[in-house]
Design a protein around this ligand. Structure first.
Ligand code: PLP
Length: 339
C-alpha cells in the first residue's frame, strides 16, 4: 500500500548508466528530493553503490544530504552561489561573473565549479563572460567545468553537436574535470562523456533510459465500493454515466497528490488489480478517484496506478507531460516505503 520505492533498482540503474560511460566518473543527480523519491534514502544508497559526486539544485538541498554522506562525497549545487547562502561542505557551480566574484570574495579557498552556457541560455557563463574570467577562474582550481544539453533526449537534434562544439571550444586546454552529459547525453555516446556524467531521470526509471528498471509502485487504498445502475452518473460534472449495472470503487488519492486531472481526460487511465486493468471513470477530484471494477471477481484493498505495466512515462503521456514531472509531483500524503 502507498508509494514503494525500489532502492536496489535505483542502484542498478546507476550502475547500468555508469557502465555506458566506462572510465568516466558517474555522479548522481538528487535534486528535488531525488526527483520526489527521497534524497535522504537515495543519496546514501548510491554512495554505497559507488557514487561519489552528487548534484542538487539548491544549497538547502545540499545541506540536507551533506551530513548523510561520508567526507569523500562531493555535493555540487547547480544554482551556484546565491546571495547569503551557507555553502559549508558544498561545491557551488558558479554561473556568472557576479557569482564568481561573490564566491571568491566570501570563500577564497572554498571549492567551486564552473557552469558554462553552451547554448541553452538558462544558466552558466556565456562565451564572452567566460573569456574575461577564464584565466583567473582556472588558476583558482575549479573542481569541475560543466555545461548542460538542451535536446539530449532527441539524438538527431542538431543542437547536440552544436552544444558539444561550443563546450569544446570554451574548454579547450582546460585540465580541470569536464562534464556535459545528463541521462540523455550519456546515451549520445562517448563524445559527450568527458570526465564526469550526471544522470538523474535514468536512475529513477524514466525515459530516455529505455533499459531502466522500474523504481516506483504506487497503490491507492479503496475506501468504498458501490453498485451503480444504468443511467446513473459518477463524480463531478456527471461526466461518466453507467451503460450497464456497474460496480465503482473510490480510491484515496487525487490531484492534490500529484495525480493531475489531465490524466483522466481521454478516458485511458487504468488502475490495476494484480494483472487486471480497471478503467478510471469520471473526473479526478482533489482526494478521490473513481474506478470501474465491475469486471473484477473481488475488489482488493488497494489498486495500483504505477507499476511495471503502467510506468511514470505512461502516466506522463496520458497527462501530456514528462516522467520528471510525474515523479516530482508525487504527493506528500502517500505512505512511503523504501525497499
Ligand atoms: C537535472 C539536471 C541533470 C540531470 O538530468 P536528467 O535528464 O534527469 O538525467 C544534470 N545536469 C543538470 C545541470 C541538471 O539540471
Amino acid at each position: 500500500m502507498g508509494l514503494v520505492i525500489d532502492i536496489p533498482a535505483i542502484a542498478a540503474n546507476w550502475k547500468a548508466l555508469a557502465a555506458k560511460a566506462p572510465g568516466v566518473r558517474a555522479a548522481a543527480v538528487v535534486k528535488a528530493d531525488a526527483y520526489g523519491l527521497g534524497a535522504s534514502r537515495v543519496a546514501p544508497a548510491l554512495y554505497e553503490a559507488g557514487a561519489r559526486d552528487f548534484f542538487v539544485a539548491l544549497a538547502a538541498e545540499g545541506r540536507a544530504i551533506r551530513p548523510l554522506l561520508p567526507e569523500d562525497a562531493r555535493v555540487f549545487v547547480l544554482s551556484g552561489h546565491m546571495e547569503g547562502e551557507d555553502l559549508a561542505g558544498l561545491i557551488p557551480l558558479l554561473n556568472s561573473p557576479q557569482q564568481f566574484f561573490r564566491d571568491r570574495a566570501l570563500r577564497p579557498r572554498g571549492p567551486f565549479g564552473i557552469q558554462l552556457d553552451s547554448g541553452m541560455n538558462r544558466l552558466g557563463f556565456e562565451p564572452g563572460e567566460w573569456a574575461a574570467v577564464r584565466a583567473e577562474a582556472l588558476a583558482a582550481g575549479p573542481q569541475l567545468v560543466m555545461s548542460h544539453l538542451a535536446c539530449a533526449d532527441e539524438p538527431d537534434h542538431p543542437a547536440n553537436a552544436q552544444q558539444l562544439a561550443a563546450f569544446r571550444a570554451m574548454t579547450e586546454g582546460v585540465t580541470a574535470s569536464r562534464s556535459l552529459a545528463a541521462t540523455g547525453g550519456i546515451l549520445l555516446g562517448p563524445d559527450y562523456h568527458f570526465d564526469l556524467v550526471r544522470p538523474g531521470i535514468g536512475l529513477y526509471g524514466g525515459e530516455p533510459f529505455a533499459e531502466a528498471q522500474p523504481v516506483v509502485t504506487l497503490s491507492l487504498p479503496v475506501i468504498q465500493t458501490r453498485e451503480v445502475k444504468p443511467g446513473e452518473s459518477v463524480g463531478y460534472g456527471y461526466s461518466w454515466t453507467a451503460g450497464r449495472p456497474a460496480r465503482v470503487a473510490t480510491v484515496a488519492a487525487g490531484y492534490a497528490d500529484g495525480l493531475a486531472r489531465a490524466l483522466a481526460r481521454e478516458g485511458r487511465l487504468r488502475l490495476w488489480a494484480g494483472g487486471r486493468a480497471c478503467p478510471v471513470i469520471g473526473r479526478i477530484s482533489m482526494d478521490l478517484i473513481t474506478v470501474d471494477v465491475t469486471d473484477l471477481p473481488d475488489v482488493p484493498p488497494a489498486l495500483e496506478i504505477l507499476n511495471a505495466r503502467q510506468g511514470v512515462d505512461d502516466l506522463a503521456a496520458l497527462a501530456g507531460t514528462i516522467g520528471y514531472e510525474i515523479l516530482t509531483s508525487l504527493g506528500r500524503r502517500y505512505e512511503r516505503r523504501w525497499l
